[in-house]
Every structure is written in C-alpha cells, then in structure tokens.
Design a protein around this ligand. Sequence first.
Ligand code: ADP
Length: 481
Amino acid sequence: MYDKDHLEQVPTNLFIGGEWREADARFVVEDPATGHPLADVAEASANDAVAALDAAVEAQQSWAQTSPLVRADLLRAAYEQVVARTDEFAHLITAEMGKPLAEARGEVRYGAQFLRWFSEEAVRIAGRWSRSPEGNTRLLTMREPVGPTVMITPWNFPLAMATRKIAPAIAAGCTMVLKPAEQTPLTALAFAEVLRSVGLPPGVLNVVTTTRAAETVAPLLRDSRVRKLTFTGSTAVGKTLMAQASGQLLRLSMELGGNAPLLVFDDADLDRAVAGAMVAKMRNIGQACTAANRILVHESVADTFGTRFAEAMAAQRVGPGTEPGVEVGPMIDQRARHKVQRLVASAVDAGARVLTGGTSRPGPGYFFEPTVLTDVGDHAVVREELFGPVAPISVFGTDEEAVAMANDTEYGLASYLFSSNISRVIDVAEQLQFGMVGVNQGVVSNVAAPFGGIKHSGFGREGGAEGIDEYLSTKYVGIAP
Ligand code: ADP
C-alpha cells in the first residue's frame, strides 16, 4: 500500500530501458503538509538523460511497428490496474503533492481515463485515399508516429499530467523520456512500474527524475534523435524550452499558464454560480492552470454573490490532505505560498478589501487560508497567475465590459461563465479569447475534450479526438496511374 507510512515499495530509481537504475546522487521529496522528508529519489545527470534517450531511440522502430491492438491492450491493462489501485495512487499523490485524499482519488480516476480513452483511439488511426484534381494521381495520406518524445510535467497533477501525454504517445507508437516535476516524482515512478508490469516493451517509456531540470533536459533538446517536446508548466519555462527546441525544429505541445476569468451574469442561478466558482477556484488548492483567477460579477448581484461566496470559502476545512473531512490541503512549497502571500499583501496595501482569509496559517506545512478579495482594481493580483486559494472579485456593468475585462490578459487557457440565457451564453462564449469555456460549471477538464490554450497559454491539445494528433505526423504518397 502506498501511503505516507508505507512508501518503501514505491520505486525511487531511474526507469531506463525497462530497468530500474541507480544514479550517482539522490534528492529528498518532502510532504508539503509537514515539510518532512517522504523519500529520497535518484538524481539523474545529463548522462542519465542521454542514456534514457538512447533507450527510447533504440525502441522506436520496433515499437512503431507493433499492431495498434497490442498498444490498445497495453493501455487497457494499465487502465484496469490503476483503477484497481486507486486508493494507493491517491495516497501517493496526497503524500507528495498535498491535495486532500478525495481530490486525489478524483485525479486517479481522471488520469486513468486517458489510458482508456487512448486505448480506444489506438485502433482508430486512419489516413485518406483520394485522387488529384486532374484525376491522374492517387494520393495516399498516412499518419505515422512522430518519434522519440521528451515529456516534461508539473507537480500539480502528478498522475494525470503524465497519463495525458504518455497514453496518446503509446497509442500513436512513439517512445518517450519523461521528466516529472522534482516535487512529485514518486507518482510517475509508480506509474512507470504499472506500465512495466503490464508488458510495455523496454525503452518505450523512460523516466528520469532530477532537481537539475535545465541541465538534464538541455542535451536532449539539442539531440537530433528527439522529434518532439511536450511540456506542461509555466509560461516562462515554456518560452525558454521553445527557444531551445528551435535548434532541432521539434514538434511542440505547450500547455502553459492561465489567468482564467469566471463571469457571473445577472441572470445566473446564484447557487450554481457559487458552487461552480468554488470548484473553479479551489480545485487542487487553487493550483491549477485552469483555476479561476478572476471572478467578474454583474453589479446587480455582486454583493449577494460576494457574501455567499466568501461564506463558502470561509467554511472550507483546511488541513493535511490525509485527514478526513479536509477540503483544502497545503500549497506545494514555501516559494509558492510566499508568492500568494506577497500578492495578497500588496493588493491590500493598494486598497483591496479582504472578505475572508488573507494570511498563511502558522505551524508546519505550507497552508494558506481560503481568501476572497474585492476592490482589487487592476492590481497584479488579477494580472499574474495566482496559483493558490485566493479569489479576487471585480464588478462589471454590461456584457461588453465583461468580455473586455475577461479578455484583457496575455493568457488564454480556461474561462467560465454563468448565465441562464442561452443567447447570451453563445454570444459571450464566441467572444471569449480562450481555448476552453465552461458554461454553468466550474470544471473544463474532460478526457473526451481537447484541453489546451491560445496566446501565452500555449498551443496543442491534450485529450479528445485531437489528443493523438500531437503524436502523429502526416506523410503522403503520390501514385502515378
Ligand atoms: P512551476 O513553477 O509550477 O514549478 P515550472 O514551469 O517551473 O512550473 O515547472 C514545470 C516543469 O518544468 C517541472 O518538471 C520542472 O522541473 C520543469 N522545468 C523547469 N525549468 C526547466 C528548464 N529550464 N528546462 C527543463 N525543464 C524545466
């Protein structure tokens, strides 16, 4: 059983060429609810990363030639195993990332769904047969695996961010080197062991854990054998990686930061709007790129909404994710909490009002009180990605104003709107400059939908029918009569 007290069975070495390998050094993973060490994990060097790529390159050709059904069955078997071990994975996620157990179980279900979805997609990769306009050439359009892929994932969804990339890559026939976030490597390693145990051939997936992300990844991006980079993380790091990836002209998928607006119109069902805003804000302790960063409310319902939303936030139970009934766990680390603390304090200095919360919690762990602010103006608290349990509320008058405020950001990932008027819903959804719009709900993530952003939130889509396209390239064969 993987839980905080029984981590000894979790693999902690590098996974290269189907084997668990030691590294020259190790680093400590800590429990964000206490700050105490949980486990120590192999610290990959640049050489280890290159060894992982060697294994991926060696496996690529034979892996691409496996039948779609073999790849589908592997994914299905991994799905069954992750679902059967939901509790174990949930404990592991809570231990290293901090989210409450109930949410961690939700992540396991969500993460596992990508395995099932792409097991079903693996057997539906099709091309096209057509004739040239002149009618004298046959055009065969086929789709092939892109090739060895470097994957970099963040700490906020340690399982789901990995399966959302690994599953379509397996389905498409790509091999890969995964570098999970240094704060949460254990879940990725445990998942690699699942794939090994269901028979994934050696070298198809390789996992390198490290605290030295930049120096470990850079040689891979310079290596002409790599064909693709897929990254989920901050916009700043995404831009750096994109620049590095230009050397080899890598195919790219970039799932970057967000600054999601949540619009509450005067005709919204306020019960649903409050419940939806709670989910959109507080899922994952506010540490999601889809998290509602700005709540924009029509002036006629702003006071009522603000009071009810602040009550709901104040009623949240904060504590270690393993404690029954806890709804809000710790933030990931001191740096993350400090950023939120700094933004809130500076907003308050600039005139913002605190409806509830506003401070860190004393004691061990990186806890921060669920916080609601109003009168924030144009402060950095609504411009920067908060990535924490803080909700700034602003007020709008007209629909045009609401849309203009919502779009006034460099980001373009998720957005939300609450209204019971279908014409308004369609009209506003069309005008929102975001990759995703949640209507009368606070969640946009869905395995069957294309997840992704525009503008500084990146490009590429994960999940849905589009998800597998990211791992396929197109070739056409022109056949003379
Ligand atoms: P956050 O600030 O939320 O931790 P990051 O964008 O810094 O987000 O991290 C997301 C992932 O990117 C992590 O796996 C991290 O180790 C990795 N990472 C950060 N910087 C680099 C870099 N220069 N090169 C490669 N990977 C990086």
